[in-house]
Design a protein around this ligand. Structure first.
Ligand code: P6P
Length: 326
């Protein structure tokens, strides 16, 4: 019978292939899948549940918090804590990391960093949003409380990275250090099913993605690049939801750029739970991801949970083309 394999079947059948994959690690991936299904259910009927609109809060990086952000954040924390196989989490929505081991005897080797609902400014207008996550092995001993170093690790130490995109369909895309695989959510059976095995980013794309509205505060080099792109009639696509813009770039090729601006000289996007996980995905799919100083994002030192970075991510040839101008 020709049927697509589910996420659970895929994780279990590949467990033996991955040196990081213990039953604990596989279980963690499966719990992230369950939490994503529940978030998807709410995202898809948010308008009916009166959880749209701002909840009045401001998160650690100054973004006004949407109710759905809060819901997704609390759900991710609850599911990862109750899984018993996650030692703690760091979230865009929380100033500090949360140590699950303090009031329970969880002895897990893994910590999870995530943005529970990236692109939240789009929630009220029905534009794609997504969850971005990264999994690290903790550095502190399992019998000790977690500390900041367990989370502030370089992206090249990630053991897994992925995202869930709530778009026209809902997709989970992740890598555990090998190929990037995409799963599409089949509501009929309530499962993520393998739909895009071993995703590869095209060497060069036909779109570039940047918020050109800030061009007055971009560097001269970035503006020279934008003039170049306008002169060769390259199409601009910008959704305003990083996970959606990067997913399109992964599928069709091209480039996504969030450079430093006057408001955010180091860039707006956060290294730990936005830039690093998406950079691991794009690199494992054959692409490239650097900052405006031409440093590999995954090699960036991480000093605090909400540290920001400029990012130039996408097809190798498109990223190299930007380098000619900056
Ligand atoms: P701007 C969403 O708030 C986000 O963090 C990313 O998902 C997105 O790429 C970026 O901010 C959009 O920022 O300044 O263009 O609205």
């Amino acid at each position: 019978m020709d049927r697509r394999i589910t996420l659970d079947e895929f994780i279990i059948s590949n467990q033996h292939l991955n040196q990081n994959a213990s039953g604990e690690f596989s279980g963690l991936l499966r719990h992230l899948g369950i939490a994503s299904k529940i978030i998807n259910r709410v995202v898809n009927k948010a308008g009916l549940l009166d959880i749209l609109g701002l909840d009045g809060g401001i998160n650690s990086t100054g973004d006004s918090v949407q109710k759905l952000d809060t819901y997704a954040n609390e759900l991710m924390i609850e599911y990862l804590k109750n899984s018993g196989i996650c030692a703690g989490v760091a979230s865009e929505e929380n100033d500090e990391f949360i140590d699950f081991t303090i009031d329970s005897n969880i002895k897990s080797s893994y910590v999870v960093v995530f943005d529970p609902l990236d692109g939240s400014s789009n929630i009220d207008v029905n534009i794609s949003v997504g969850t971005i996550f990264g999994i690290y092995k903790r550095l502190s001993h399992v019998d000790r409380p977690l500390d900041l170093h367990d989370f502030c690790q370089q992206g090249n130490k990630l053991v897994a990275a992925g995202y869930v995109l709530h778009g026209t369909s809902t997709m989970l895309v992740y890598t555990t250090g090998g190929p990037v695989n995409g799963f599409t959510y089949d509501r009929g059976i309530g499962e993520f099913c393998l739909s895009h095995p071993e995703m590869k980013i095209p060497e060069k794309g036909k779109y570039y993605s940047i918020n050109q509205g800030y061009s007055n505060s971009f560097s001269e080099g970035i503006n020279e690049y934008l003039k170049h792109m306008a002169s060769n009639n390259t199409a601009l696509r910008y959704i305003g939801s990083m996970v959606a813009d990067v997913h399109r770039t992964l599928c069709l090729g091209g480039i996504f750029i969030y450079p430093g601006t006057l408001k955010s000289p180091e860039g707006k996007l956060r290294i730990l739970y936005e830039c690093n996980p998406l950079s691991m995905i794009i690199e494992k799919a054959g692409g490239k991801s650097i900052n405006e100083k031409n440093q590999r994002i995954l090699d960036s030192e991480v000093f605090n949970l909400h540290q920001k970075s400029s990012i130039i991510i996408g097809s190798k040839l498109d990223v190299d083309e930007v380098l000619l101008f900056i």
